[in-house]
Design a protein around this ligand. Sequence first.
Ligand code: V47
Ligand code: SF4
Length: 363
Amino acid sequence: MQHHNAQLQAIAQKVAKAHRIDESEALLLYQQADLALLAQLATLVCERSNGRNVLYNRNFHIEPTNCCRYNCQFCSYHKSVNDPQQWTLSLDDIAQIARRYKGSDVTEAHIVGGVHPDWDLDHYCAIVRAVRNELPHVHIKAFSAVELYYVFEHDGVTPEYGLQRLKAEGLNSIPGGGAEIFAPEVRQQICPDKATAEQWLGIHAAAHRAGIPSNATMLYGHVETYAHRVAHMSAIRDLQDKTGGFSCFIPLKYRAAGNKMGHLGEVPLSEDLRNYAVSRIFLDNIAHLKAYWPMLGVSNLPMAISFGADDIDGTIDDTTKIYTMAGATDKEVRLTVSALQEIVRNAGKTPCERDSLYRILGQ
Ligand code: V47
Ligand code: SF4
């Protein structure tokens, strides 16, 4: 690998030898590496864990409510309890959605919504139970650490107790939402009142100790600096060193429509690719990097795959509103399996169906 910048060359050599890069090296990659070098290094690291496989799964989403006690500045989705546009699904509604997938080949239910101010742990357990009763064999990935932190506090229970209750009802894993950017000065500006970095990390650590795997996200492309992103990923990498409980890392591109931060606009595609590559290279202990197409746009998936992404998530068969409301451009938030496979083949990789624990089910 030839490069004119000696520091970048040293980093490239480290990556080639599968040595870990440190925070200052990640920062340098963000600031100075050209896209060609980033694609090359990210592909090297990605293929080391995943070969030429790119994974997808068959899932559907349930959003139990858009009612939220918080008011994150980037969120185009939440409504307050008294807002005429707020809606909440009953347990029957939830069971009915799940029932649609009975006998289908869906393997995962993804359940995330607003943080309803009045819901208690019993209600969260009842949501899991409603889905579990309908779909005994489907993996239930449910409730972000922000929802969980709030309800455990609301009920005055420890994360250990609350997670055990949910697990007993059939919860299998925890999605990665709510992490945003950990730095307090950024949270102060974009989501001042919800779970802090320590609280988010504390819920995930407790989940991992309880044998519940989880994902980690990073909302980027708003007011944060590259240094904030590196520090964010570093905290995730440190926890992963201790627990090994994170299945994948999901960079989420900030989308500007319909929220209070819209004046910031959106970063260009080149920044998305830079970010995929640096996270792939830096997070050497997380095997999978998810390109979440409702935020990125389907047409950009092949490029994300060239910059280190090996997981393009799912069919996401749902009436999902979180992303369309924030300006996601794809008309329908649903892809067929053959469309997903074709995208992967066109990117020169091998499409493989995975389950929620990243076991390969078939090609
Ligand atoms: O935490 C909200 C993000 C997240 C906007 O674990 C926005 O498999 C961009 O975490 N622009 C929730 N992003 C979604 C989430 C997720 C999604 C898919 C899969 C998984 C998984 C997790 O959505 C929030 C926030 O970071 N978000 N508003 C916006 N305007
Ligand atoms: Fe509520 Fe989540 Fe939206 Fe924040 S991002 S306002 S916690 S729904």
